[in-house]
Ligand binder design. Structure first.
Ligand code: GDP
Ligand code: IMO
Ligand code: MG
Length: 424
């Protein structure tokens, strides 16, 4: 106690890494429960920039236990290079544990991610091509290879033989791709297993015991609400449940453990990859937000699409996650943009107005955002540390978002550094 969840409330990249890093200073355990290295979480401490993909953002605190739960898909090759790059920078990874049930991303998952995207042509999803979808497909088809298997050579060899032949057939016969030498894959992955074996532990048990011992636990969400496989903009979503509820199944703990759920959003909206985006700005203001806010993907480097704050989306997020509070990052990026706009509802094709995010793409595609204007600001707010120090127009903007989203805004980000936060 307490156990807090931090989730993305838009389409990802809201600055979850920064919020987790700040809150991790008060936590003893940080847990990742879903997704894989499709995530890119940035932590900035005194000018030092860390880009984390799978390792929980609590890793920068030497005594924090960092856990990777059963719901995660782990690419061992990429994971080892993340471990190495942290160790090289003097960050210890000795307090890191991976659940034996976590699924392993195999090389064919990565190839199939690329091949199926190519096959979709113009209807591609714009995935991160990290093999995430194909790895979750195997998990649900019940032929996945798990962390335990990776660390047990005999089991691994058997499982690769069982699944690899079929994968080779699909890759070559369906897509015209290149088959794998399964012996070579087995030899390579046995080495990864040897390297990672000491990290394996039961994360469900560790989290439960930590909670019983009264430790403070942070659950670090990856991806975001609008990328959820059910409650996002399907099919332009990821293949896991980034919602708060996903934390319990992805870690193996009961929902009663959770004491507080925080949603992270930006003071505007971004999205990387394809799919609908009602408040998207295809103009100079959109470019300015992208350039000032450094809106380029942490994982793939792709330029992020940018747009006004959409209260319909964040209200949806408040509901489906049961948010207790919001953290609004990057308020500083809106400096000097002139009059700001906030989307307060959608006009549907039949003329009706909704404040609820439409469940399907078909309904969403006919929607027009309804805007309200808000006074902008030109003052440098990056040094503000209290709400009262913010210009009156910023205070008004935040209070209006709070009203529209029907959720308290507990934290406001005014810069990328750990210290650039206002807590209310
Ligand atoms: P995550 O995936 O949600 O952890 O977010 P990313 O790390 O992908 O993207 C967020 C980006 O915004 C990173 O470059 C952060 O350093 C940066 N950032 C976070 N909060 C703020 C803020 O309040 N102001 C500014 N200017 N940058 C921020
Ligand atoms: P963080 O944790 C932003 C997007 C991809 C694509 C879709 C499916 O940094 O916020 P996938 O590779 O998961 O099959 O791609 O989901 N996506 C993200 N967008 N931030 C992320 O993570 C994302 N993880 C996946 O761009 O549109
Ligand atoms: Mg990111």
């Amino acid at each position: 106690m307490p156990a807090n969840i931090v989730v993305g409330s838009q389409w990802g990249d809201e600055g979850k890494g920064k919020i987790i890093d700040i809150l991790a200073s008060r936590a003893e355990v940080v847990v990742r429960s879903q997704g894989g290295n499709n995530a890119g979480h940035t932590v900035v401490n005194n000018g030092e920039v860390y880009k984390l993909h799978l390792i929980p953002s609590g890793i920068l605190y030497p005594d924090t236990l960092c856990l990777i739960g059963a719901g995660v898909v782990l690419d061992p090759k990429d994971f080892i290079s993340e471990l190495d790059s942290l160790e090289t920078r003097g960050i210890s990874t000795k307090n890191l544990k991976i659940d034996p049930r976590a699924q392993i991303v195999m090389p064919w998952h990565i190839q199939l991610d690329g091949l199926s995207e190519k096959f979709r042509g113009n209807s591609d999803i714009g995935t991160t091509k990290r093999g995430i979808g194909p790895a979750y497909m195997d998990k649900y088809e019940r032929c996945g290879i798990r962390m335990y298997d990776l660390c047990h050579p005999d089991v691994l060899a058997e499982k690769i033989k069982a699944t690899g032949n079929l994968k080779n057939k699909i890759i070559t016969a369906v897509y015209g791709g290149e088959a794998y030498d399964l012996d070579a894959v087995t030899a390579e992955y046995i080495e990864y297993g040897k390297r990672l074996a000491s990290y394996m532990d039961d994360v469900s048990v560790l989290t439960y015991e930590a909670d019983k011992a009264g430790k403070t636990i942070m659950f670090e969400g990856a991806q975001a609400t609008l990328l959820d496989i059910d409650f996002g903009t399907y099919p332009y979503v990821t293949s896991s449940h980034p919602l708060s509820a996903g934390v319990c199944v992805g870690t193996g703990v009961g929902p009663r453990m959770i004491t507080n759920i925080i949603g992270v959003a930006k003071a505007y909206t971004t999205r990387v990859g394809k799919g609908p985006f009602p408040t998207e700005l295809d103009d100079e203001i959109g470019d300015k937000i992208r350039n000032v806010g450094g809106e380029f993907g942490t994982t793939t480097g792709r330029p992020r699409r940018t747009g006004w704050f959409d209260a319909v989306i964040v209200r949806h997020s408040v509901r489906v996650n049961g948010l207790d509070g919001l953290a609004i990052n990057k308020l500083d990026t809106l400096c000097g943009l002139g009059t700001l706009k906030i989307c307060v509802g959608y006009k549907m094709p039949d003329g009706s107005i909704t404040k609820n995010f439409p469940p399907t793409l078909e309904e969403l595609s006919g929607c027009e955002p309804i805007y309200e204007e808000a006074e902008g600001f030109t003052e440098d707010i990056t040094g503000c540390r209290t709400f009262e120090e913010l210009p009156a127009s910023c205070q008004k903007y935040i209070k209006r978002l709070e009203e529209l989203c029907e959720c308290k805004i507990a934290m406001i980000g005014v810069g990328p550094d750990r210290s650039q936060i206002i807590e209310r």
